[in-house]
Design a binder for this molecule. Structure first.
Ligand SMILES: Nc1ncnc2c1ncn2[C@@H]1O[C@H](COP(=O)(O)OP(=O)(O)OP(=O)(O)O)[C@@H](O)[C@H]1O
Ligand SMILES: [Mg+2]
Length: 234
């Protein structure tokens, strides 16, 4: 990557969902542009249905835009094979969702290690990394518990540790506090911000919470398929 180049660049991203049973195509994103520096933290707000999750899925290579380009770490994602995209998704991007999606039959420790299993050659040090992340998120004493034995906030902390196990440069969080009460939500946001600084991981959070958004460096709003170009929404 060129020095000074953005970590992520979106160029005129459009997304239309295909028509269902003879209906009209659903236009969701219209020429969305965005640049993120490494280490930045950004909140994406906007009404329900405005396309926040769609945008995060496109950034996270879980979906492709109808047109436009996504550049991550200096590479145009459209030029990558499916295998290369899968590798980008596993190593360069971490995801946290509203639902934690932990494996109920696995322990906390095993859940955090799951994303590393795809890379046995890169597994050196991964157990130390899992221990240190679980201590960092306050669950160092809960390694052998199962998700069903944890509170909602604790499960989200495991999900955060799991998202960071492969040292991604970008952490995407889609309403990560949506199922938590106020205190647990505050504490999860604090954790995400601390990890943003400590791990130098760039943070993009889709949220309905103004309190959460206000704690990130910048907020953009999606409305009518467009992302406001300035933090003030102008
Ligand atoms: N797979 C799909 N097929 C067709 N339409 C879809 C699909 N996924 C999402 N949509 C539509 O795209 C629009 C944007 O949805 P999206 O989930 O991105 O919104 P959102 O901003 O995340 O909403 P919320 O705040 O409720 O999570 C909605 O109108 C939705 O119905
Ligand atoms: Mg959503």
């Amino acid at each position: 990557m060129q020095p000074g180049a953005p970590l992520l660049r979106l160029e005129k991203i459009c997304k239309d969902y295909a028509p269902v049973e003879g209906g009209a195509a659903v236009p969701v994103l219209r020429e969305v542009d965005l640049e993120l520096r490494a280490g930045q933290s950004l909140a994406i707000m906007g009404p329900s249905g405005s396309g926040k999750s769609t945008l995060l899925q496109i950034i996270g290579t879980l979906d492709r835009p109808s047109s436009g380009a996504v550049w991550l770490n200096g590479r145009d994602l459209a030029q990558l094979s499916l295998d290369q995209l899968a590798a980008v998704r596993s190593t360069e991007i971490g995801f946290v969702f509203q639902a934690h999606y932990l494996l109920p039959q696995c322990t906390v420790w095993e859940n955090v290690l799951v994303p590393s299993l795809a890379f046995p050659q890169g597994a050196r040090g991964v157990e130390e990394r899992a221990s240190s992340l679980l201590r960092r998120v306050g669950l160092g004493e809960r390694l052998h518990h199962h998700p069903g034995q944890l509170s909602g906030g604790e499960r989200q902390r495991v999900a955060v540790a799991r998202a960071l196990i492969n040292r991604p440069s970008l952490l995407l969080a889609d309403e990560p506090t949506g199922s938590l009460d106020f205190a647990a939500a505050q504490s999860l946001v604090q954790l995400l911000l601390e990890l943003n600084h400590e791990e130098k991981v760039t943070l993009v959070v889709a949220t309905h919470s103004r309190e959460l958004a206000a704690r990130l460096e910048e907020t953009r709003v999606l409305r009518d398929g467009r992302l406001t170009s300035s933090p003030t929404g102008a």
